[in-house]
Design a protein. Structure first.
Length: 498
């Protein structure tokens, strides 16, 4: 298949870093930094200030550089997806939804395999790479934070890419936090039943679209390679490993491949999680499966890619916001819920705990239908604690207006509904540590009830005058094109919208 040539075509981590550099979105740290805490702390402070992506070129004890803070702004996320950096998060999610539901693009086997430039099969020591130690109470150094674990279904050959963090537990041992219900666990259970070891590969430093696909809730039996292909509209280049038999990405920076014994568990963690709290209790057993590495492959001059995780907002919150908004939106469309205008799972809510949906109401109880549909959907049923519904004049990602609706269209007794039970996440620090399987939820309906005949008299602007203001925008001495054009429907009376 001939790849369409695009201006900022990205096929691996290097071309992404180059694209960021060209867009003025990259800062190189040339002075020596320590992989223990210092690197993470610099990145975190930089991220808190919406700073650029960082490339640490001189990391203590190592020669390879470390790349961080890739996706902490929507612009860099859009560049990774080869999309227009000017659009909002919600519309980027909409684009993601469109591309991944139009059709899948399977990977393509290639002969040119850069990651095979170097092979290590003896004296394996994963700490030869600059693996960061992020936060003071972390259990150690974490190799996979931006990357994925690749496994295959022994019956069907379905290749799964799942972003599960992995701690260095020995020179050739990586822990793997495959949480319950994840596809890596599905595969592992099958190998356990067969009494076989599970081939697995930890991939770090990949085409950013593979990291994004690896951390997305995609249906089981669907390969994230195919999703990445759909997002890029061209196949991911892959090759077959003669050591594990796995189909691996040809352009990765570093691959540690080997076998997971489903019966072998080791203490792993704690880890400073995306909730802003450590996972696991310090001193309490926290057993995880482990990957025993048989071979490390890496490109010449490999680049290590890491993410700080921790408190919002950093890579993981932006990724979850992007892909969960997309899958929730798709779930709602699949359920044929009418009137959905926009959907947003804010990064501030760790990209998953709250959902906001804008709806154009068409019947009494419509907004309530939407709130209930969200928590009944596959995405919305997992760990969502609250849903806010707003009328169509408010965009789901316009927090100022959402807060206004919660203030002026909302009566707690009428508009709030508590649901007692739903699927939670074991990482939710809002629940007692031993009771995290089930959460309650709240639906906040910030819409004016459809059935009210005597609705409050809302202030709207005159449509014709607004059009005139839009046409004359530059005459008033303002720079740039008129911002009014996109707002006219929202600022004028609904009856006037044709
Ligand atoms: C940076 C990052 C780290 C993550 N760490 C984990 C993890 O340690 N364990 C886990 O089960 N899910 C983790 N996730 C979420 C999973 O990647 C996500 O649920 C994905 O759908 C898993 O793939 P699967 O659906 O193929 O199992 C992480 C996501 C991101 C973006
Ligand atoms: Mn999967």
């Amino acid at each position: 298949m001939d790849a369409p040539v695009k201006p900022n075509m990205i096929d691996d981590l290097r071309s992404y870093i180059e694209a960021l550099d060209a867009a003025g979105e990259l800062h190189r740290v040339e002075t020596e930094v320590d992989w223990k805490y210092e690197l993470c702390h610099i990145s975190k402070v930089n991220e808190e200030q919406d700073g650029p992506a960082l490339l640490y070129e001189n990391v203590k004890d190592n020669t390879a550089p470390v790349f961080t803070s890739a996706f902490t702004t929507k612009e860099r996320l859009a560049i990774a997806l080869e999309q227009d950096p000017g659009q909002s998060m919600s519309s980027l999610s909409q684009k993601w939804m469109e591309l991944t539901t139009q059709g899948l693009v399977p990977p393509e086997y290639v002969d040119d395999v850069p990651v095979m430039e170097n092979q290590i099969t003896e004296n394996i020591d994963i700490t030869k790479f600059p693996v960061p130690h992020f936060y003071p109470d972390d259990g150690g150094r974490f190799f996979v934070t931006a990357g994925y674990l690749l496994t295959e279904d022994p019956d069907t050959g379905w290749t799964n890419l799942g972003t599960y963090r992995s701690q260095v537990l020995g020179p050739d041992i990586l822990g793997s936090q495959i949480l319950p219900g994840k596809h890596g666990e599905f595969h592992m259970k099958k190998y356990a039943e067969r009494g076989e070891l599970m081939p697995a590969a930890a991939v770090v430093g990949c085409d950013p679209v593979l990291f994004l696909a690896g951390s997305t809730l995609v249906s089981s039996d669907v390969s994230e390679f195919d999703i990445a292909g759909a997002l890029r509209q061209r196949p991911v280049p892959v090759f077959k490993s003669e050591v594990t038999g796995l189909t691996l990405p040809a352009n990765a920076e570093i691959i540690a491949e080997g076998f997971i014994d489903p019966n072998e568990l080791m203490d792993e963690g704690p880890f400073g999680e995306y909730t802003g709290y450590y996972s696991g209790n310090k001193g309490k057993d926290f057993k995880k499966p482990v990957l025993r590495i048989k071979r490390i492959l890496h490109r010449n001059n490999p680049v290590m890619w890491s993410t700080t995780v921790g408190k919002p907002i950093n890579d993981i919150h932006m990724i979850q916001s992007l892909n969960r908004t997309a899958t929730l939106w798709h779930d709602l469309e699949t359920m044929k819920v009418p009137g959905i205008e926009s959907v947003y799972m804010p990064p501030e809510a760790c990209g998953r705990f709250w959902a906001i949906v804008s709806v154009r109401q068409k019947y009494p109880g419509h907004s309530n239908h939407v709130g209930n549909a969200v928590i009944a959907s596959t995405t919305g049923h997992y760990g969502v604690k609250g849903v806010i519904t707003v009328d169509h004049d408010i965009q789901a990602d316009d927090w100022d207006r959402v807060m206004w609706a919660l203030s002026t269209r909302f009566d707690p007794k009428r508009s709030a509904q508590i649901i007692d039970r739903g699927r939670s996440t074991v990482l939710d620090p809002g629940l007692p540590i031993d009771e995290r399987k089930i959460t309650s939820r709240i639906l906040l309906d910030a819409c004016t009830p459809y059935e009210w005949e005597d609705k409050p008299n809302e202030i709207f602007m005159d449509r014709e005058v607004l059009q005139k203001v839009s046409d004359r925008w530059s005459e008033y001495g303002f720079e740039g094109s008129s911002p009014v054009a996109d707002m006219i429907d929202r600022l004028t009376k609904p009856e006037e919208i044709k």
